[in-house]
Design a protein around this ligand. Structure first.
Ligand code: ZNA
Length: 244
């Protein structure tokens, strides 16, 4: 049993690294071996509940997000509709379109004290402990992405829930706070609504969002039906600026 388990784990470890490297290599000119080593050092051999976001500083330094002014798309509780749109249309870039976000999207990983391996099973879940390797990575990567934001920034929030702006979400606790008025002109909220609209742009949580914004950043909010976003995603003729 011990041997069989050892073989399974070795295999798990290799597949994860292969996924990492092959996703990374889609970004031409990147030193993916170097980026892998910077990634691994953040969590390998560590208690998987004690990986602070700062452990990923060397990784972010090795693969910093490239700022694309006026094209930054942030999101909270709208992952599917956002990525459906950004995959089909070349209008906006999300964190998941940057090297680090694209390499690690939908992956789970952790280390273990006394081991030099990467595990993909038996890792703490998002809420099991705060300083888990996956959650700390997204905090750190989101901070870097927001720091690099410039011009007019868009954020897709969910109008089908009662608090589209959640102060403890990554968008609320990291991204909004790090938008800097010397670089960012405006934050444009697209509130994605469905037939059963629960929240509109007058929602109290959106007042809290405006209070968090650096003075000097203009704020706009627009309610847009999900079906309209999906239609524009499937209509390559329509200019980006005419989607909503
Ligand atoms: N691609 C990702 O998996 C991911 C991306 C995970 C976390 C954060 N991000 C960044 S931050 C993303 O690019 C957006 O710009 C920002 C959204 O973060 P948020 O405001 O916290 O939004 P959210 O919808 O609550 O969470 C985003 C993602 O985090 C979810 O799709 C899940 O993958 C993960 N997540 C959040 N809360 C939980 C969770 N997974 C499991 N349990 C949770 N309670």
């Amino acid at each position: 049993v011990g041997v069989a388990l050892g073989v399974t784990l070795r295999h798990e470890n290799d597949t994860f690294q292969e996924t990492f490297i092959s996703r990374c290599e889609k970004f031409k000119g990147s030193d993916c071996q170097k980026i892998w080593r910077a990634f691994e050092q953040a969590y390998v051999g560590r208690d998987p509940c004690n990986v602070p976001m700062e452990e990923y500083n060397p990784l972010v330094a090795a693969a910093p997000p490239q700022p694309a002014c006026n094209r930054i798309m942030l999101w909270s509780k709208t992952k599917d509709v956002v990525h459906d749109f950004t995959e089909k249309r070349d209008c906006f870039g999300t964190l998941e379109d940057t090297l680090l976000g694209s390499v690690l999207d939908d992956l789970t990983w952790c280390g273990k004290e006394g081991s030099s391996e990467t595990f993909t099973t038996g890792c703490p879940g998002w809420t099991d402990c705060e300083k888990n390797p996956v959650r700390s990575f997204w905090y750190r990567a989101s901070a870097a992405f927001a720091d690099a934001a410039c011009g007019d920034v868009t954020a897709m929030l969910n109008g089908s829930i009662s608090t589209p702006f959640y102060p403890t979400s990554i968008f609320g606790s990291i991204e909004v706070k790090r938008l800097n008025s010397t670089r960012v002109k405006s934050l444009n909220v697209v509130l994605v609504t469905e037939q059963n609209e629960v929240a509109n742009c007058t929602n109290a949580s959106l007042k809290d969002l405006q209070k968090e914004l650096d003075k000097g950043i203009k704020y706009n909010c627009k309610e847009v039906e999900k079906s309209q976003i999906e239609e524009c995603a499937s209509d390559p003729q329509k200019p980006c600026g005419a989607c909503w």
